[in-house]
Design a protein around this ligand. Structure first.
Ligand code: DQA
Length: 144
């Protein structure tokens, strides 16, 4: 089981950016949590982050050639704007789960649209870092 965890713009600023919304823990803390969870479960995981939409498209395409079994994606603000990310997911046809740290459904109107949700089999919001773990376990469960 091979999983790619993809984080979009400004998620490298976790711990610094709006801690009242995203919490005090850092991006490195998130990666440690994911890495140790996957180690315990015997899941091979790769975590990537970029502030650039095209990089995220490239990472999704590369997942196809790397024979990745599942993608956990938090596209950050590109959630609400990017048809390119949706099309990349549709192109590779790899099972994917969308994660948001905050309760996007209770925030501004512009955050209520998610393009990737047209593809993702599940969307997890407002569960903080635990949302990523739930997404990984969902994909691992669906694959076994
Ligand atoms: C986010 C929610 C988005 O609206 C925002 O632009 C982010 C983070 C979340 O994890 O809650 O950057 O995806």
């Amino acid at each position: 089981m091979k999983i790619l965890v993809l984080n979009g713009p400004n998620l490298n600023m976790l711990g610094i950016r709006e801690p009242d919304i995203y919490g005090a823990s850092t991006y490195d803390d998130l990666i440690s949590l994911i890495t140790s969870h996957c180690e315990n479960k015997g899941i091979e995981v790769k975590c990537l982050q970029s502030n650039h939409e095209g990089d995220l498209v490239d990472y999704i395409q590369q997942a196809f050639f790397d024979k990745v079994d599942g993608i956990v994606i938090n596209p950050g603000a590109y959630t609400h704007t990017s048809v390119a990310l949706l099309d990349a997911l549709k192109a590779v046809k790899i099972p994917a789960v969308e994660v948001h740290i905050s309760k996007v459904n209770e925030r501004e109107a512009f955050r209520q649209i998610s393009y990737v949700s047209y593809y993702c089999s599940k969307t997890i919001t407002g569960k903080g870092f635990d949302g990523y773990i739930e997404a990984i376990d969902f994909l691992a469960g669906a694959a076994s």
